[in-house]
Design a binder for this molecule. Structure first.
Ligand SMILES: Nc1ncnc2c1ncn2[C@@H]1O[C@H](COP(=O)(O)OP(=O)(O)O)[C@@H](O)[C@H]1O
Ligand SMILES: [Mg+2]
Length: 264
């Protein structure tokens, strides 16, 4: 099982879209995939028809039960999506209280890692969606991950936040004592605008080696797919945004194959 976290401290950069798109493509390719919604806003859970204000079983229960020293199996929390082998561990708005109520003491930074460990034979891939802030939830996601994807909108303001984000992630993973493989993913690229072409050029210059060499274009089909509650590749397999995520997936999985070969 491989665990990928999609993260950026900025909102609206395409984190949730990246999770749904890659998870959908993996599941359609025959992989067993779990998506985990660690964002109290619950956009990913909304995507699949849930209302995060409702009290359904969610990631919150994992934390609460761990805190009460009565750990719960994550299997009791799963939600079926529009694809057979694509499941969701949803979030609820209660997740926002975890920081205050439970904090990071007593192993609370590794709740997700332990829970996913229990399911390592059930899934090939786990994709974790995170909130746009630094805290217990992001720490849990990073502690569990093999790979971190950082979507960055191709515009100047988003680039400013990226350096801060990279520093935070480096600091956290160092304190967790682990090596994480990062990939910056340029998103919402509009080749007609100077802001997009110029910021992409600068991103490539500054993050050579860490940045995925292609980009995800602006594509209105992502919004349409989210309204329909199905993954973008189910909604329109030939959409250019879907084709771009397919290329990204190839890059990420071929990358991991060559790393494991080197390890052997
Ligand atoms: N490549 C894209 N082209 C056009 N719209 C996009 C693209 N990626 C995401 N969106 C839309 O932008 C909005 C924010 O994206 P989202 O993935 O929710 O960002 P985040 O999770 O970082 O807040 C959503 O309405 C989504 O449908
Ligand atoms: Mg989101």
């Amino acid at each position: 099982m491989e665990i990928w976290t999609v993260s950026n401290q900025k909102g609206g950069v395409g984190k949730t879209t990246t999770v749904v798109s890659l998870a959908g493509l993996l599941a359609q390719g025959g992989k067993r995939v779990l998506m985990v919604d660690m964002d109290p806003h619950g956009s990913l859970s909304c995507y699949f028809g849930l209302s995060p204000d409702d009290g359904y079983p969610s990631v919150y229960d994992l934390f609460e039960r761990f805190h009460l020293k009565q750990p719960l199996s994550p299997e009791n929390l799963l939600h079926q999506t529009s694809l057979g082998c694509l499941h969701l561990l949803p979030s609820t708005t209660a997740l926002v209280t975890i920081e205050k109520k439970m904090g990071l003491k007593d192993g609370m930074g590794r709740v997700l890692q332990l829970a996913l460990g229990e399911m390592k034979d059930k899934y090939d891939y786990v994709l974790v969606d995170t909130p746009p802030l630094l805290g217990v939830l992001l720490i849990n996601a990073l502690a569990a991950s093999d790979k971190v994807l950082i979507p960055v909108q191709t515009e100047f303001l988003a680039m400013k936040g990226l350096e801060r984000m990279m520093n935070t992630v480096h600091m956290l993973t160092r304190s967790l004592g682990k090596e994480v493989d990062y990939t910056i993913v340029p998103t919402m690229y509009d080749r007609r605008t100077h802001a997009s072409t110029e910021s992409l050029r600068l991103l490539r210059q500054q993050y050579e080696g860490t940045i995925w060499p292609a980009m995800i274009p602006i594509d209105t089909k992502f919004r349409d797919a989210s309204q329909a509650g199905v993954t973008p590749s189910q909604f329109m397999p030939s959409a250019r945004g879907v084709r771009a995520y397919r290329t990204l997936l190839k890059h990420l999985t071929i990358g991991s194959l060559s790393v494991s070969k080197q390890a052997v």
